[in-house]
Design a protein around this ligand. Structure first.
Ligand SMILES: Cc1ncc(COP(=O)(O)O)c(C=O)c1O
Length: 391
């Protein structure tokens, strides 16, 4: 079956496992190949292409094939977490003394990775810029810049960068341009089509979609870049994705388009409800016309995603008290599962940043992030209404 000629919903549902050397028993779901080693026909002759699971595994091949097709990419490398995918990507590009330009709104964990791995260990210089302003990116890049790292929309403030404009800037200095597409997913945004060289996702989030597997993926059309990342992750970091997690992610992907539609329609209704609520001073959702980059979102995204964040007209303590009242929303970090979560970034998902770093990143004590699930939207809005009534 040539999946390339079908729509994303069909690619997500049909599993073309014969492409990846699975058994010939007619399975309609991918078998899980738990084996860590593969028998050779003769010493040194692994004609089936598999030797050792850290390098290659049929279930991982199946997942990588599926993720590449869903993303319109030629190559996918599945890693042990989104962080493992980001580390393998960075280490395959950045060398000692290099200059890196990154969006100042990136996920806090990515910032920690850049500071500890790239700046402290490698001695690279990482410059954070307000990439909502394309001129700031243009002014930051130099001939020493080897990596330009964007995330759009960002976690947790849903800020955007102009993906195509940044591609031109990165190309002008020959830097590799990487986009973290975790929030938008391949359902709503295609950074490779906007000129990105590489895309990373935490598959822990929407791609697996059920909050039961950690994983990450690197996607690219560049064969040499893909080989470098694969080499770095399997030989240097050892961070390949385990077969069972590959299976779980493949299973989650079957409903990926269905889930994304529901995440989005629920999030859009909740964003509108919150924007009209007197207790909020700001609601961040790219689908709202009040979002400062709504126009850009409509141009470069096919939808606005399932995450809403908002500022309450309240103290940190009052904000926490509101969150404690929630019943349907579960108080937890992470995002992208079928269940709706509520996060107080200052004390939860961004608590490992110092108060100064949080302030610099625009994460106030009254900020709330809602990864909206697939429940009935009336129950979600009812839950928010009851909790906000306590203010
Ligand atoms: C935007 C973004 N990128 C990367 C990551 C890291 O992914 P993981 O937790 O799978 O390592 C996260 C995790 O929250 C994230 O939100």
């Amino acid at each position: 079956m040539d999946n390339s000629k079908y729509q994303l919903e069909t690619v997500a549902t049909q599993f073309d496992w014969r492409d990846v050397g699975a058994t010939d028993a007619g399975d309609v779901v991918s078998p899980i190949h738990l084996t860590t080693t593969h028998e050779m026909r003769a010493p040194g002759e692994a004609d089936h292409g598999y030797k050792y699971t850290r390098f290659d595994n049929p279930t991982r091949d199946a997942l990588e094939t599926r993720l590449a097709r869903l993303s319109g990419a030629d190559h996918a490398i599945a890693c042990a977490s989104g962080t493992a995918a980001m580390a393998a990507t960075c280490l395959s590009i950045v060398e000692a003394g290099d200059h890196v330009v990154a969006f100042d709104g990136i996920y806090g964990g990515t910032r920690v990775l850049f500071e500890e791995l790239l700046a402290d260990s490698l001695g690279a210089t990482v410059e954070y810029v307000d990439a909502t302003d394309v001129n700031a990116v243009d002014e930051a890049v130099t001939d020493e810049t080897t990596l330009v790292w964007m995330e759009s929309p960002t976690n947790p403030l849903l800020r955007l960068c102009d993906l195509s404009a940044v591609a031109d800037i990165a190309a002008s200095v020959d830097a590799t341009y990487v986009v973290d597409n975790t929030f938008a997913t391949p359902y709503f945004q295609h950074p490779l089509a906007h000129g990105a060289d590489m895309v990373v996702h935490s598959t822990t989030k929407y791609l697996n979609g059920h909050s039961d597997s950690m994983g990450g993926v690197v996607l690219t059309d560049d064969k040499a870049a893909a080989n470098d990342v694969a080499q770095t992750q399997s030989y240097d970091l050892g961070g390949t994705l385990a077969p069972f997690d590959c299976y779980l992610t493949l299973r989650g992907l079957r409903t990926f388009p269905l889930r994304m539609d529901r995440h989005e329609s629920n999030a859009a209704e909740i964003a509108t409800y919150l924007a009209d609520h007197p207790a909020t001073v700001q609601v961040n959702y790219p689908g709202l016309e009040s979002h400062p980059q709504h126009e850009l979102a409509t141009q470069q995204m096919d939808g606005f995603g399932g995450i809403v964040s908002f500022e309450l007209d309240a103290t940190g303590a009052e904000t926490r008290a509101v969150l404690e009242e929630l019943d349907v929303f579960t108080l937890a970090v992470s995002l992208g599962g079928t269940e709706s979560l509520a996060d107080h970034p200052a004390t939860m998902s961004a608590s490992y940043l110092s108060a100064q770093e949080r302030a610099a990143a625009g994460i106030s004590d009254s900020l709330v992030r809602l990864p909206v699930g697939v429940e009935h939207v009336d129950d979600l809005i009812g839950d928010l209404k009851a909790a906000l009534a306590k203010l």
